[in-house]
Write a protein that binds this ligand. Structure first.
Ligand code: ZN
Length: 197
């Protein structure tokens, strides 16, 4: 899967000014973003978050997951050191899409966990792809990451496509009573590394 660079622009945010870079994925019609701050192409490892789109969490403030809080925390962490990158990948609901996510939430309202709900809809628990990251990082001159993630699968995926992870930085934020079970399921069933208090 390859991506085509489209254009870059400024993106002022409450955390400071990022530069937003757009990439097309011709095979799927998906459109991905990279947000960078500061100099990221000097060969030093870059503080990074690889974030899959979660419209409900990122834009609507949903407390069913921890995505929105993680995205904000990652942007704040990058602003604090003055340079870094967020790859914002448009693969909603661990890859099942927005409408299927509503269906999955409906099943979860009836008692299923996030993995069971996806499986009942006929999907694997996690359909996310990360191949496009390589081309996006290459375009921006980035080879090494200090990756903010709790997800070992993401680290493995980066190693597979040849992106060097020099350090994993945990990103534990946004816990609330509504997503307690969701986070616990990610730990038990998807292998996420999460320290509970
Ligand atoms: Zn989410």
């Amino acid at each position: 899967m390859s991506v085509t660079y489209v254009a870059s622009s400024k993106l002022p945010t409450p955390h400071g000014e990022f530069v937003m870079h757009g990439f097309d994925e011709p095979g799927t019609g998906k459109e991905h973003l990279a947000l960078t701050m500061g100099d990221v192409s000097n060969g030093e490892p870059v503080l990074a978050r690889i974030h899959s789109e979660c419209l409900t969490g990122d834009a609507l403030g949903s407390l069913r997951c921890d995505c929105g809080a993680q995205l904000q925390a990652a942007m704040a962490a990058i602003a604090e050191v003055g340079h870094g990158i967020i790859l914002y990948l448009r693969q909603e609901g661990r890859g099942i899409g927005l409408m299927n996510k509503v269906r999955a939430y409906h099943l979860q309202d009836a008692g299923l966990d996030t993995v069971q709900a996806n499986e009942q809809l006929g999907f694997a628990p996690d359909l996310r792809q990360y191949d496009m990251c390589n081309a996006m990082l290459e375009h921006l001159g980035i080879t090494k990451l200090r990756l903010m993630t709790n997800n070992p699968r993401k680290i493995k995926a980066m190693e597979t496509i040849g992106v060097e992870i020099v350090e994993r930085m945990p990103l534990q934020t946004g816990q609330n009573p509504h997503n307690e079970r969701y986070i616990a399921t990610k730990v038990w069933k998807l292998g996420h590394m999460y320290k509970t208090a």
